[in-house]
Design a protein around this ligand. Structure first.
Ligand code: NAP
Length: 438
């Protein structure tokens, strides 16, 4: 019997569990740990609440979770309740699928002012992540600045722009829905340090900005490169750029019909946030591209900013005792192997890029490494205790483990509490989740 511990129950974690089942069949027992009492990581707290079809992938993970040789061990923080070294004693392989839940910091003067948030915090707020549920952003100002031109920036800008009716069918949490309904924001600046040909936004997601009820995207025609230059772009990016061209071609009188402007500001790097206590403005430096990189020109400009959300990427949270690559912001690893017996997968392995589906081949390849290390004898000959050993340790430490069956009860309670048309109303604090399992 092989015993595998997977830390993190998001896409990377469950694809790894699925791959382990396929590779080892009845000869494996997999424990999937999560620090929250609820599973699915980024699917629950990262994917935008108005993108329910993407969240549907959790049904596939549920199939894996409900099989006999895989179990969910919620409400246990590895590195705190139990150390990595202790897990390594108990399991043949420990796989870190902890994602990249920390914001990449802006690192500019004023980034500690009130109403300046990283996207992990802001997305966590509208998605009801217990750590960020009390964020309470002030939406009473007129201008929001969203820094970055990736899909997360698009999510944040779109959520800020939507009406209550446009959230029908979403699982946005009640506190965010209420705050957004009372929002006074009428200008949302999407700030990029490079140009239209360097955006990281995918076409479907960018196209959604053109279909909003009360907001219209603004792109200055003069900011766009000559159309023939689009020919060299890869097809996805070319399609995204064609959306920017369509936005730029929208006549002013049509745009003016909608009260919220989603304004693209290119070639502008954030240099400082300005305000007393709370942010009031952002200083940007105009850039030019040098070998594809944004280089400051010395010309600065100040834009009003009552709310700032920086969507500039994420970092993995280090775990005591696990080698960490500070520069890359993820675990130090060779194609997923940290050491024989200790692996990482998904964003914790490769950084915060790619779609949810990218984690599937990642999960399968880490299981191939485990297989290779088993066959080569690198994992050692000692028989590990696996689940039984962990359960003894958990009892000794009085850990209050939440099982997948408990989660199903929490889920039912969330579904019962849903407002009309919504799939669920999430619990946003850990105590309430634990109470709901009965
Ligand atoms: P991303 O795609 O890497 O975009 C990050 C953006 O931040 C880039 O425009 C980058 O500009 C900018 N940036 C980085 N550092 C900066 C700085 N110091 N100052 C100013 N701008 C800076 O990351 P993401 O948006 O966080 O998305 C993460 C991953 O999740 C991506 O693979 C994304 O596609 C995926 N995702 C997908 C969906 C979806 O499919 N619906 C939704 C959300 C996220 P440069 O290019 O100049 O570095």
């Amino acid at each position: 019997m092989r015993h595998i511990a997977i830390i993190g129950s998001g896409p990377a974690g469950y694809y790894t569990a699925e791959a382990a089942q396929k590779a080892f069949g009845d000869e494996v027992r997999v424990d999937v740990f999560d620090c929250l009492p609820v599973p699915f990581g980024l699917i629950r707290s990262g994917v935008a609440p108005d993108h329910q079809s993407i969240k549907g992938v959790s049904r596939r993970y549920e199939k894996v979770a409900l099989s006999d040789n895989v179990r969910f061990v919620g409400n246990v923080t590895i590195g705190q309740d139990v150390s990595i070294a202790e897990l390594q004693e108990l399991y043949d392989a420990v796989v870190l699928a902890t994602g990249a839940p920390k914001d990449h910091e802006l690192g500019i003067p004023g980034d500690d002012l009130a109403n300046v948030f990283g996207s992990a915090a802001f997305v966590g707020w509208y998605n009801g992540h217990p750590q960020f549920a009390a964020l309470n952003p002030d939406l009473s100002g007129k201008t929001a600045v969203v820094i970055g031109m990736g899909n997360v920036a698009l999510d944040v800008a779109r959520i800020l722009a939507k009406t209550r009716a446009e959230f029908a069918g979403s699982d946005i949490v009640a506190h965010a829905l209420e705050a957004l309904e009372a929002s006074q924001i009428e200008r949302i600046v999407i700030l990029g340090r490079r140009g239209p040909h360097q955006i990281m936004m995918t076409p479907k997601e960018l196209g959604e900005l053109g279909e909003l009820e009360r907001a219209s995207p603004h792109v200055a025609p003069a900011d766009l490169p000559a159309q023939e230059e689009d020919a060299i772009l890869e097809p996805g990016l070319r399609k995204s750029v064609s959306h920017l061209r369509a936005f730029a071609a929208t006549p002013e009188h049509i745009r003016a019909e909608k009260p919220i402007a989603l304004e693209f500001v290119f070639m502008s790097a954030p240099r400082a946030l300005i305000g007393n206590d709370k942010v009031e403005a952002i200083e940007v430096e105009k850039t030019r591209l040098v070998h594809g990189r944004a280089e400051g020109t010395g010309e600065t400009e100040t834009l009003p900013a009552d709310l700032v959300v920086s969507c500039i990427g994420y970092r993995t949270a280090p775990i005591p005792g696990v080698p960490f690559d500070e520069r890359a912001g993820r675990f130090a690893n060779d194609e997923g192997r940290i050491l024989p017996g200790l692996y990482c997968v998904g964003w914790a392995r490769r950084g915060p890029t790619g779609t949810i589906g990218t984690n599937r081949p990642d999960g399968y390849s880490v299981v191939e490494l485990i297989q290779a290390d088993t066959e080569s004898g690198a994992l050692g000959a000692t028989r590990k205790q696996g689940r039984a050993g962990f359960d003894a340790l958990a009892a000794e430490r009085n850990l209050d483990i939440v099982t997948f069956r408990d989660w199903k009860k929490i889920e039912e309670a969330e579904e019962r509490a849903a407002r009309e048309g919504a799939p669920r109303e999430k619990f946003v604090d850990i105590e309430a989740m634990i109470r709901a399992r009965g």
